[in-house]
Design a protein around this ligand. Structure first.
Ligand SMILES: CC(C)=CC(=O)SCCNC(=O)CCNC(=O)[C@H](O)C(C)(C)COP(=O)(O)OP(=O)(O)OC[C@H]1O[C@@H](n2cnc3c(N)ncnc32)[C@H](O)[C@@H]1OP(=O)(O)O
Length: 261
């Protein structure tokens, strides 16, 4: 079902328990202007809060997932405006959602576009995808988490090279480096991302959310703390009806019917 929500820079659609958000500024290669980020955040918050939605797919166009922050908007910004306006902090809304978000990337994912893709829980790339942090060529550096998330995903050497030279990585290199979970033919990108999202959305929502939170914890804490966190969350899962249903269904040789409780 396509929904008219009054957005101008994104399109939203729901298919069963999956929400599909498409960045929609084709004339600017989906450059991430303030309005687009506000609309994206609003849509993500709405789907995150909607109990009928179990997973979100975020995509762009064939030519560009997003070619970065909107350079024309940023160009006249002064330091006081940048500091007091805290321009990039609203972008954190993408990373702070509790339901899984899959980035389906075709074409350019550059600068802020690469950073938004990395804020998602995993990236499925079309064979046309190109990733890069070219900010240095504009006289700045990544400012929406790129120096941190890229380094954690691909390691210091490759992250340093990409941030210092602005070199782009193609889809095959991105897969080898661990930036993307897999590469698919461009014509199959949305179908593959939707299939993965439908699989996730068919699982128990509380268990999905606890799993996402636990994996993310590995970025933020020591191994010992992370394992303690995982242990507590794992123990709590035995208080859910879906744990009983999932394991009973296995024993009974039938498909589980999760009730998200
Ligand atoms: C600073 C922070 C926090 C984050 C950032 O993301 S800074 C931006 C980083 N991104 C870039 O530097 C990429 C900029 N874009 C390009 O280098 C090229 O557009 C390209 C290599 C992605 C594609 O080149 P192509 O020749 O195929 O297309 P263009 O004619 O260059 O672009 C078409 C159309 O889109 C406008 N465009 C592209 N990217 C941006 C952008 N990031 N911000 C604003 N506008 C962008 C481009 O100006 C052109 O529009 P006009 O025809 O109206 O000039």
């Amino acid at each position: 079902m396509t929904e008219a929500q009054g957005y101008e820079t994104i399109l939203t659609e729901t298919r069963g328990r999956v929400a599909l958000i498409t960045l929609n500024r084709p004339q600017a290669l989906n450059a991430l202007c303030a309005q687009l980020m506000t609309e994206l955040n609003d849509a993500l918050a709405r789907f995150d809060a909607d109990p009928a939605i179990g997973c979100i797919v975020l995509t762009g166009s064939e030519k560009a997932f997003a070619a970065g922050a909107d350079i024309k908007e940023l160009q006249p910004t002064t330091y006081p405006q940048s500091y007091t306006g805290d321009l990039i902090t609203p972008w954190d809304g993408v990373a702070n959602r509790r339901k899984p978000i899959i980035a389906a990337v075709a074409g350019f994912a550059l600068g802020g576009g690469c950073e938004v893709a990395m804020m998602c829980d995993f990236i499925i790339a079309a064979d046309t995808a190109k990733f890069g942090q070219p900010e240095i060529r504009l006289g700045v550096m990544p400012g929406a988490g790129g120096t941190q998330r890229l380094t954690r995903l691909v390691g210091k050497s490759k992250a340093m090279e990409m941030c210092l030279t602005g070199r782009m990585m193609d889809a095959a290199e991105a897969e080898r480096a661990g930036l993307v979970s897999r590469v698919v033919p461009a014509a199959e990108l949305i179908a593959e991302a939707m299939k993965a999202a439908e699989t996730i959305a068919s699982m128990s929502l509380p268990i999905v959310m606890m799993t996402k939170e636990s994996v993310n914890r590995s970025y933020e804490t020591t191994l010992a703390e992370g394992i303690r966190f995982e242990r507590r969350v794992f123990q709590a899962m035995f208080a859910t009806a879906d744990q009983k249903e999932g394991m009973s269904a296995f024993v009974d040789k039938r498909k589980p019917a999760f009730r998200n409780g």
